[in-house]
Design a protein around this ligand. Sequence first.
Ligand SMILES: *Cc1c(COP(=O)(O)O)cnc(C)c1O
Length: 348
Amino acid sequence: MAFENGIIDLRSDTVTQPTAEMRAAMAAAPVGDDVYGEDPTVIALEQRAAEMVGKEAALFVASGTMGNLIAVLTHCGRGDEAVMGTYGHTFLHEVGGISALGGVFPHLIPNQADGTLSIEDIQAAFREEDIHHPPSRLLILENTQNQCGGIPLPVDYMKSAGTIAHSLHMDLHLDGARVFNAAKALNVAARDICEPVDSVMFCLSKGLCAPVGSMLCGSRDFIARARKIRKQLGGGMRQAGVIAAAGIVALEKMVDRLTEDHRRAKKLEEGLAGIKGLEVVKGGAQTNMVFLRVKPEAGKDCAAIKDHLRQSGILVGMSGVDEFRFVTHYWINDADVEKTVETIAAFV
Ligand SMILES: *Cc1c(COP(=O)(O)O)cnc(C)c1O
């Protein structure tokens, strides 16, 4: 597909708009008051989401940030610490919400180049009961790991991380904003990735194209507590079935096609890799992202390239002073990828 205005928007998969089928489902959705538990469309979405990641229950939330925040507030009390990666979205891009709103202390350990947190670092981060220590309550992983290159973390690694966390009496939360991209790239079911985790958040509003919303999934008891915290944060929605309807279409129709986005990211990587002065970094296109470093030999800096692309109707994001991030999605087709490569090749 392509956007009607002809813009090639590679900044993020968050720019995806709902499909015609989603808009039709939204218009037709039966609704009720979801705070009273009476919205049949929200209930159907929550059941479907829980099933797809192999958990007992799910909660429809306004955003991925809200889903991660509710998860942390449900797992942790004030003064507890949550162990996470320095490149984790929860540390980098969620406005410090876990500390500001939950009094939860972030304990940072480095992400490895493959997106994982090393088992040794997790073990070392855990603090024994001591009068000087905050209780280490939670481990957070991200899959795919966005900042490390959109890298999928393998099922075996997820298992090892679950084993170490649980042996230390920590819960494991997965920021699975793009867990279905990970599942497709690894050729496994999302529930295989999520099997070792106590809770998982995934986004409907990214590659899956829904206009709004994320899902938080876990045990029945965990989700009951999370539901109350969602209400406390002002996230109890009423006739939310109108937006949940798009989420159901997202789960039914938009998951399998993510492989197309991965194929196009690969094609973009291959095209860009051949251009002098540019270097594809962070392991290449492992899912729907390509990170590109602009070397001094290119003769043009990132700002100049970005500006030129914008004038050609192509929008890209920056992920560092000399680095671009390109994200493929439903609204990017093969011709868009070709035009992007050609435009850059002709300019640098
Ligand atoms: C986008 C994203 C989130 C947050 O989702 P929003 O809906 O934008 O709040 C969380 N984690 C990761 C890894 C993301 O990419």
